[in-house]
Design a protein around this ligand. Structure first.
Ligand code: AMP
Length: 288
């Protein structure tokens, strides 16, 4: 496994694979890797000949007062984990390498689907994601790029970006990896105190309870309100609890597949999660 910190170095490292027309897979990350990230790498290894993992904490996707400075940077540990799962090349550029050379005058805004959910509470976040992902796609030029459904809205934004701008690669979405108690793995879980870590899986428990309630015919609005109330009771400050169709379009009632979204803070740690609920399966279960 090689580690490259410059665009030039990465391009040179990838040249033989490109000449040999090998399939290149790409997994963008911000590092501090966990089983969620490693699952993306394993998915990439399954269908690609060469797998590149980028580790870059992207300053322009963090808002003022967010955790850019304190975000965990653990390159040595990440390298060991990536070697174990067969990553071929780590791309770990500096901020200077990614943004330093020329002042950037180009912005990328995927409209509509970035207006609400995390887009509303983190203004500019998805613009920063769209810019860095486009830059990384142009640098790595992969055949496949892998993203987690943990960041469901981000995955939708990237699919839209790739489609709208004819970026020549295929985006693959990978299901959420959870801890044994249901908490979606996240680098930010490391910020949680012992007490907060015990409360954190409540998000997933409530999402699963909501699935049952919807199957039993409870109104979607009521189910969402209940999640919010119960999260508040165990000490979360709720940012949003929302439902959308899988394509992020609005949904009024549970008469088709739905995705439930939660963003909530425990202390200063913001956690997000989501659960996709299949209409036919739930209604079928209910009628058994
Ligand atoms: P991050 O390092 O947080 O930017 O995440 C890098 C990639 O890993 C993104 O595509 C995330 O959606 C994905 N990811 C993070 N956590 C998980 C998880 N628990 N399960 C699946 N994918 C994840």
């Amino acid at each position: 496994m090689k580690t490259e910190t410059t665009i030039q170095g990465l391009t040179a490292s990838l040249a033989p694979a490109r000449t040999a027309k090998k399939l290149i897979g790409f997994v963008p990350t911000m590092g501090n890797l966990h089983e969620g990230h490693l699952t993306l790498v394993r998915a990439a290894k399954k269908i690609c000949d060469v797998v590149v993992v980028s580790i870059f904490v992207n300053p322009i996707q963090f808002g003022a007062g967010e955790d850019f400075d304190s975000y965990p940077r653990t390159l040595e540990q990440d390298s060991r984990l990536l070697a174990d799962v067969g990553c071929d090349i780590i791309f770990a550029p500096s901020v200077e390498q990614m943004y330093g050379k020329h002042p950037r005058l180009t912005n990328i805004r995927v409209s509509q689907i970035t207006n609400d959910l995390c887009g509303e509470s983190r203004p500019g976040h998805f613009d920063g994601v769209a810019v860095v992902v486009t830059k990384l796609f142009n640098i790595v030029q992969p055949d496949y790029a892998f993203f987690g459904q943990k960041d469901y809205q981000q995955l939708a934004v990237i699919r839209q970006l790739v489609q709208d701008l004819n970026i020549p690669l295929e985006v693959i979405g990978v299901p959420i990896v959870r801890a044994a108690d249901g908490l979606a793995l996240s680098s930010r879980n490391g910020y949680l105190s012992e007490e907060e870590r015990i409360a954190a899986p409540t998000i997933y428990q409530l999402l699963k309870q909501a699935e049952v309630a919807l199957g039993e015919g409870q109104a979607l609005s009521q189910v969402l309100a209940n999640i919010s109330i119960e999260l508040t009771q165990v000490g979360f400050v709720v940012d949003y609890v929302e439902a959308r169709q899988p394509n992020l379009q609005p949904i009024e009632q549970f008469d088709r597949d739905v995705v439930l979204f939660v963003a909530a803070k425990l202390g200063s740690t913001r956690l997000i999660d989501n659960l996709q609920i299949n209409f036919k399966t739930s209604v079928h279960d209910k009628n058994r």
